[in-house]
Ligand binder design. Sequence first.
Ligand code: GRF
Length: 196
Amino acid sequence: MSIAVFASGDGSNFEMLVEKSRRQGWPQSITLLITDRPGARVLERAKRLEVAAVAFRPPDYETKAAYEEAILSVLREHGIQRILLAGYMRIVGPVLLGAYRWRILNIHPSLLPAFQGKDAPEQALDYGVRWTGVTVHWVDEGIDTGPIIDQKPVLVEPGETVESLRRKIQFVEHNLYPAVVRKWLTGEILPPGGSE
Ligand code: GRF
């Protein structure tokens, strides 16, 4: 039984999840990284952490379904039971959702349902909210619409910049996401509708 992380960019959440899973001895390990960007920095982190990584190039596939079928066969080869999205910049389609119904989590840098989609910290600053935050939620077919599992607030202070707000949000993410995943693995958090 093992876990895959999907990421498209820097991968700081991926690294924190792997480190905490090892330090805390989680009942399932993170054994695979999937990325849709062959140049993503997260691949360097996976190498350093000795986590197997597979990079896909979506334009190589005729359809989104074909792209996700290719991912699915790699997930099956690796015996993956659960998926964590951590900065994966694509909408999960019916192929993966069907195979992993209520077994995919996402972390989003806002207090959902506010500021869904891309650039949530910028959206929060532009809107002028005093508080934003972080949400961990189940993944469904929408963009950042699945049932919420947990949230933590982040104060937007006077003079806040996008960079400073992003840093504060990431600090909170790095604690909240591993804590939620750990509870999921130990059965403290159950999928919508009850038992697994
Ligand atoms: C995080 O802020 C996450 O909430 C968002 O994308 C960012 C990924 O950061 N979905 P990193 O690649 O984990 O450093």
